[in-house]
Design a binder for this molecule. Structure first.
Ligand code: ZN
Length: 218
């Protein structure tokens, strides 16, 4: 496939900007690789619906172009791991949706809900009555479930306080909403991915050492 022959080609996809099914047109293409790295084809294309451009790459790992290019731009957020409980992923997903529709106060509310969900899922709650978010996060820190830095980060986020939870007449800024999302993501990753992986690693090491001991005593 030559670079030139791709320009002007059309192909169907769901537009990464307007998210509508559309026919996109390749406006320019360039290929490279084949020596140190697999052959690749970079394409700039334009959505037939919203007319916004996007950048794609296809690689040939020995079986030709697979016809399923990866979109490099616009960048999508990294999806959460499936190790994160579904109910919490749903909450976080909704927070992201609020953010992408510029509903920053609603984003902050969803971030709070996500964090509360995390604490409850981790078994943090007093007898029946739900303690305030910061008390639950503090408990998680004291129980060694989260790192002191994550707790400090949460404490520093004004957006997690009353600003979002209650009517104050002030709006939540985009930056505050984004900071809240980043914390929620870090917390979910820390608890359900990193900690789980570390525990599995420790268990494997302990088993290896045990087997090693057995081996040496024979
Ligand atoms: Zn579009």
């Amino acid at each position: 496939m030559s670079d030139e022959s791709r320009a002007g080609a059309t192909f169907p996809l769901v537009c990464p900007h307007c998210e509508k099914p559309t026919l996109a047109t390749v406006t320019s293409a360039a290929s490279g690789g084949g020596h140190q790295e697999p052959p690749y084809l970079l394409e700039l294309a334009r959505c037939g619906h919203c007319q916004d451009p996007f950048m794609m790459v296809e690689e040939d790992f020995g079986e030709g172009w697979d016809g399923d290019p990866v979109i490099l731009w616009p960048q999508k957020r990294r999806p959460l791991s499936f190790k994160v409980p579904e109910a919490l992923r749903r909450e976080h997903e909704e927070a992201l949706q609020c953010f992408s529709s510029k509903a920053y106060t609603a984003t902050a509310v969803m971030v709070r809900r996500t964090l509360e969900g995390v604490c409850l899922d981790q078994g943090i709650s007093n007898s029946g009555r739900r303690p305030p978010l910061f008390k639950m996060l503090e408990q998680m820190k004291n129980d060694g479930k989260i790192d002191g830095r994550l707790f400090e980060w949460a404490q520093e986020l004004r957006v997690l306080g009353n600003q979002a939870a209650h009517f104050t007449g002030t709006e939540v800024s985009r930056q505050d909403a984004e900071d809240g999302l980043a914390l929620a993501e870090a917390l979910l990753d820390y608890l359900y991915v990193l900690s789980a992986q570390f525990d599995a690693f420790k268990a494997r090491r302990a088993k290896d050492n045990q087997e090693g001991d057995k081996g040496s005593s024979q």
